[in-house]
Design a protein around this ligand. Structure first.
Ligand code: 5GP
Ligand code: ZN
Length: 120
């Protein structure tokens, strides 16, 4: 059985946070790291992740300190506003039906074009 530390050792986004896999940094704080998506879906497409490994939003909220949750959301908002005064979108995919492919919680910040709704 694997615990959170094993997961963090293997997790691609933990490896990005630790600098073992290169990424294009947008912002870094003690609690969160923001970097450009490898396959951007808008002129600005930034991923905001908690530094501490959590597989998804549910696990993160269950285990996180209250401030930690707010901090990650606040960083996503700041990046979105700075990228596009006209508006932006924050997306979290969770689980198979949510379309999650990387199991380290990440907030997609999409900006720089008019975004359509609903998503697929
Ligand atoms: P999900 O479908 O899990 O919500 O989104 C995962 C996102 O991570 C995708 O948008 C994908 O392009 C991005 N991604 C996957 N691997 C890497 C990587 O190694 N580096 C970066 N910068 N983005 C990645
Ligand atoms: Zn991780």
């Amino acid at each position: 059985m694997s615990d959170a530390r094993d997961e963090a050792a293997e997790c691609i986004f933990c490896r990005i946070v630790r600098g073992e896999i290169p990424s294009q940094e947008v912002a870094r704080t003690a609690e969160a790291y923001a970097f450009r998506d490898l396959n951007p879906q808008a002129p600005t497409h930034v991923l905001v992740v908690p530094v501490r490994h959590a597989a998804n939003l549910g696990d993160f909220v269950a285990a996180a300190e209250r401030d930690e949750v707010g901090h990650v959301l606040a960083l996503a908002s700041q990046i979105g506003r700075e990228a596009s005064p006209g508006g932006y979108r924050v997306v979290i995919n969770e689980g198979v039906d949510g379309g999650q492919t990387v199991h380290h919680l990440h907030l997609h910040v999409l900006a720089g074009r008019a975004l359509t709704w609903p998503p697929g």
